[in-house]
Write a protein that binds this ligand. Sequence first.
Ligand code: DGL
Length: 258
Amino acid sequence: MSIGIFDSGVGGLTVFKEISKTFPSADIYYLGDTARVPYGNKSKETIIRYSLECANYLVGFDIDILVVACNTASSYAINVLKDSLNIPVIGVINPGVQEAVKVTKNKKIGVIGTYGTIRSNSYKNRLEELGEYQVYQKACPLFVPIVEEGLMNHKITKLIIKEYLEDIVSKGIDTIILGCTHYPLLKDKIKEIYPSITIIDSSKATANYIKKLGFDLSGSGNRRIFITDESPAFENLKSSVVGSIKLEKIELSKICTL
Ligand code: DGL
């Protein structure tokens, strides 16, 4: 059985890594839309179009499940994807939310993500559907370039984390959802600054969620990673996140419908 995963770029490799660990023998195809990253500050219409194009490319590999690793795409395009594909489509919002409601004790939950994800209220709405949660959201746009530049341990990073998070932490949250593919790579730093807050990593939550759905994901353990443009950030992060799998560049015109 095979899984297709797409993201706007490199960050979704955090999801690829967790899914690879959880399903070692599944065949996994990853598409990082590096030519058009970031999605986080684009309009809903554009995000839906890009998402459909990425999904259709992966469907060409006869995938059995599609995982939308990108939080922004999960926020805006999940319903359109579910309606237009004949296979299960799993986004990262619901798994992260399910995990957060399990662990919070005071029902005060922080959500951080791109402008797009925060503006969509996707996490907030889902949490509020499940109960009386107080949700405090914050867009953290600088986190993406920090991770792409490999500055996780640089001294500016601590300052920027505090600048963004102080506000929502002061509301008394006991749990925070990392609602962006890149943020798991800042998890240790966030933990160091706010040790008492439980951090929900949507990439882990998504892999666990798929496991619980009980799909038979045995296969030959093939791994392929496609990108739509060259990207130095992708190369760097790929090596540190998933090791030596080779990158295959595809022409954007192969997936574009316009
Ligand atoms: N992959 C995006 C997300 O998880 C972050 C990067 C971007 O803005 O495209 O929302």
